[in-house]
Design a protein around this ligand. Structure first.
Ligand SMILES: [Zn+2]
Ligand SMILES: [Zn+2]
Length: 241
């Protein structure tokens, strides 16, 4: 038995702690109670993942009038506590296990309505400068975790971020859109491909719109977007913003 196996066996034998409530948790980094209590987005529009229910259409009115550049959006949870803390620990403290409950849930979510699988998953690329500063791309790490569960090919060579955009946080929607203009370039190999674009959180969608616009321009056959969380602003009208 090598040292790694001994360490893993010891880890498995130790009681684990739930990353949300800090109580002991069996075989997982989140306890069953906290995992069930995550703020899952259910009864949402298939294109914008905002709360919406109609017996007649899976797509809300604003999305029917102004469809986004993808054919389906799956966001697992609303970006509120404790999801924000899980993602913060992941993004800013490189605690990759803190998002495993979310990637596991997201994998189950996209499997549930599956008719055909995408040819590949594409993590939203970071500009190399920001990648270097953070040390990792959060979207790539989430896609790696999804790949472990779903075994869909992971492609990082189909698009690049060519503009080091200023951080989107705190920018108005129109400024975000302008900020993202010409931020990405997609490879001609996207032509005819069914692709799933993966990111951690969808805020206004400006980044995903810009990237999916480029993938469509390169000839992608269909696009889905998968994110662990989505910002849902209370009081705002339904529809993609
Ligand atoms: Zn718990
Ligand atoms: Zn919608």
């Amino acid at each position: 038995m090598n040292l790694n196996r001994i360490v893993h066996a010891l880890r498995r034998s130790l009681p684990r702690q739930c990353i949300v409530c800090k109580m002991s948790s069996v075989n997982s980094n989140i306890c069953a109670t906290c995992e069930q209590a995550l703020p899952h987005l259910t009864d949402v529009c298939q294109l914008c993942a905002l709360p919406f229910y109609s017996a007649y259409s899976p797509i809300c009115g604003p999305c029917l009038l102004n469809p986004p550049p993808w054919q389906r959006l799956d966001s697992l949870c609303e970006y509120v506590a404790p999801v924000d803390s899980l993602i913060h620990a992941f993004k800013y403290h490189a605690d990759f296990t803190s998002v495993t409950p979310l990637t596991r849930g997201l994998a189950a979510r996209v499997t549930a309505h599956r008719q055909r699988w995408p040819d590949a998953m594409i993590p939203v690329p970071l500009h190399q400068w920001r990648h270097w500063r953070r040390g990792f791309n959060q979207a790539l790490e989430i896609t790696r975790q999804l790949h472990q569960i779903l075994h869909i090919p992971l492609r990082t060579d189909l698009c690049r971020r060519i503009k080091n955009t200023v951080t989107q946080t705190g920018l108005e929607h129109s400024r975000r859109k302008a900020n993202m203009r010409n931020a990405f370039v997609a490879h001609a190999e996207c032509a005819g491909q069914h692709l799933a674009v993966v990111d951690d959180v969808l805020t206004t969608g400006a980044t995903l719109r810009a990237l999916c616009g480029e993938l469509n321009a390169a000839g992608a056959a269909t696009l889905e977007v998968w994110t662990c969380a989505r910002v849902v602003r209370l009081g705002a009208p339904a529809g993609f913003r």
